[in-house]
Each structure stands twice: as structure tokens, then as C-alpha cells.
Design a protein around this ligand. Sequence first.
Ligand SMILES: [Zn+2]
Length: 264
Amino acid sequence: MKTWFTVDTDDLRHLPVHQGHPTRSKKPFTGSPERMSERFQQGWTGFHRWMATHDHAVTVFLITDLLEDPAFSPMFRETLRTYGRRITVGCHGHTHRSWSAWGEDRAGFEAMLVRSEAHLALCAEHHVRPWFRAPAGYVACWMAEGLAKHGFTVDSSVNPSWVVRSKTNGEGWDSVTAAMERVGLVERPWFTSWGMPANGPALFRFPLSVVARRAWRRLPPPLKAEEMDLVTQPDADVVTAYVHVLDFARNNGTWTPPLPRHHR
Ligand SMILES: [Zn+2]
């Protein structure tokens, strides 16, 4: 068994509290809508630095409107250049819209995929993989066909915990997984512990954090660059772990994921 380590690139402006969700987005974002926040830059620096402390492979799920900030591209390219084959890049939407929360919109979703993929092809070239993670985990069955039509082979949006079941718009995690598999995608659900979310935000939300941290310490060894094809193989035993770029800004930019010591 191996761990697929992934990092989502949400900046503060992308959070559902500010945008992209019909009922959760109540607080208009007061910072610049097109520029990275300082916190994000600090997080990116922390992520880049952390990469030098191990030799695992990491998939970055990119929100592609970040590339509209001229300061982001050079920073991103430098990380790609420095860590080479260890970094692969997947799609995390163009603007981080919570797609399933708005009801079915196949045309809008597909237009977003095309736009996002065009951005990725320009900036990340051979690092790009046809892998998708739904913004804020809002995924529904109708999205599967669009993903397949546009060449995606892996979806990693399912957070198989009852705590967040409403994100599938009432369809349930099993139905979403079945819809993805029906059209030929490999579903890579998020890592959970005792039926509770263990990824990303759960690491920092008490009391979920107690269980999540303990579970992280027991993760199997992370995939290396030459093993990344396992992600696309339906039978491969792979656990999907993720954190956010913004997490690396915690503790004054010194935070690192709580991986077992022997993985470093
Ligand atoms: Zn996100």
C-alpha cells in the first residue's frame, strides 16, 4: 500500500465563504480578486521548501485562475523546474466554484474544463495529468460524463464520510463513485479514519484533528515519481492524502504535514 500525496492550491479568495457557493458564500472577499495573497505566497514558499526535505512525489491540484496573476507563473515554474518529475499537476477547477451545490450545469462545467486545461497545458506542459479534484469537494454524478469526454482518467473528489454527505447534492458517495467508474474514470477517494474525514481541514479542526493526526502517522509510504502510474491503475492500493498550500503558511511558514518519521 502507498500514499498518494496531493496539495490543493486554494488561496483565501477561492474559499466557499467568499465565492462559488449559492448559500455559503456570504462574505465578499476584500482583498485583490486577481492577485495571490501574502499568506498564499508564504504557503508556497513553505511547500517548496518542504519538497527539499524528502524525495516523495506530489500532485498539485491547481486552480487555474491563479495563472492570471503574473507573479504566480514564475513561482510555479520554479517549483516545477526544481523538483522535476516529482511534481505532477491536476485540475482543481478554474475559479473553485462548488459545482454540485448549484445543480446540474453540464455545459458550464465542460467549458470550465476546457479553459482550465488550456491554462494547464501552457504553464505545466509535461507535468500535467488528466486528473481532477472537485473544488471544495462538491461533486455529483452528472460531472462524470464531462470529465470522461474531456479525457480525464482519475477523479479524486469523493470524501467518503457521512459528515460531508450533503456535498453530493443528495446522491451519496457510492453513487458518485459508481458514476465515475461507469464512464471509465478511476475514483481515488480521500483518506478517512473511522468514517471521519482525515485530510486537509480535518487536521486542524478539533476534535477531528486528534483522530486525523493519529491516522496520518500511520500512512503507508508515499509514492515516488517512478510509481505515479499506480494512481491511474484501478486495482492499485493507494491512499489519497491532501493538504492545502495555505497550510504550509501555518506556524509562521514552518508547518509540514505530520507524516511518519520513517517517510522523511
Ligand atoms: Zn479547494
